[in-house]
Ligand binder design. Structure first.
Ligand code: AMP
Length: 220
């Protein structure tokens, strides 16, 4: 079982790195953001609430997130491990996550904190594009990660779209929530000696190399 978690400010590349870890180790990538974006497209009261919250860059209510996470982690594909991205996002969520893990008899192996300069994030956030079909992530402002054909996914040919919270206004709100709510969990995992700091200012491959070196050290 390999149980990996990512903590990072918005647009730092945690989704991209989670995908790389998931595909190398053949485990699912669980992103609360992706789950919530799917719900936001539903024509229901919950869908409208989630859409409004995501668009503003705010956080979805804890009770909703807890239920979604526990239901997802109970699925059989998580039995050999998983990568979780976007949860927990606050100390309250981290404490609740420990309870969920206890109920499911899972434990966290490694928590990766991606550290990155705010001005780099601002540049990335406006260029991010996502495949509406397979959720592959691109960045049109970066030679390294732009799609070969504009607006078309290299992997599956699906259409690329821009997240409605990838604008400077919502980004500033998300960044403020990251520093006030999410950053306190860094110490929580540091105290448990499972936190690893990664320099996120480097290329996608270099960031992944740093992460993978640490994961594979644990296999030796
Ligand atoms: P992300 O894809 O991780 O950037 O998440 C996108 C958005 O989904 C966030 O800005 C929040 O609105 C919502 N979200 C994701 N994870 C959580 C969470 N753990 N708790 C509350 N809201 C969340």
């Amino acid at each position: 079982m390999i149980n990996i978690m990512f903590i990072a400010p918005p647009a730092a590349g945690k989704g991209t790195q989670s995908d790389l870890v998931a595909s190398k180790y053949n485990i699912p990538h669980i992103s609360t953001g992706d789950i919530l974006r799917d719900i936001s497209m539903e024509d229901s009261e919950l869908g409208s609430y989630v859409l409004e919250t995501l668009s503003s860059g705010g956080l979805v209510k804890d009770e909703i997130t807890y239920q979604l996470i526990e239901d997802r982690l109970k699925k059989s594909d998580c039995k050999n491990g998983y990568v979780i991205d976007g949860f927990p996002r606050s100390l309250e969520q981290a404490i609740e996550y420990d309870k969920i893990l206890q109920r499911l008899n899972y434990s966290i192996d490694k928590v990766f904190l991606i550290e990155i300069d705010k001005d780099v994030l601002e540049k990335r956030v406006t260029g991010r594009r996502i495949c509406e079909n397979c959720k592959a992530i691109y960045n049109i402002n970066s030679e390294e990660s732009k799609p070969q054909i504009e607006s078309i996914c290299d992997v599956c040919g699906g259409n690329l779209y821009q997240r409605n919270d990838d604008n400077i206004l919502a980004f500033n709100n998300r960044y403020e929530l990251y520093t006030s709510k999410t950053e306190p969990i860094i110490k929580y995992y540091e105290d448990q000696k499972i936190l690893y700091r990664i320099d996120g200012n480097k290329s996608i491959e270099e960031v992944f190399r740093q992460i993978d070196n640490i994961i594979s050290e644990g296999d030796r």
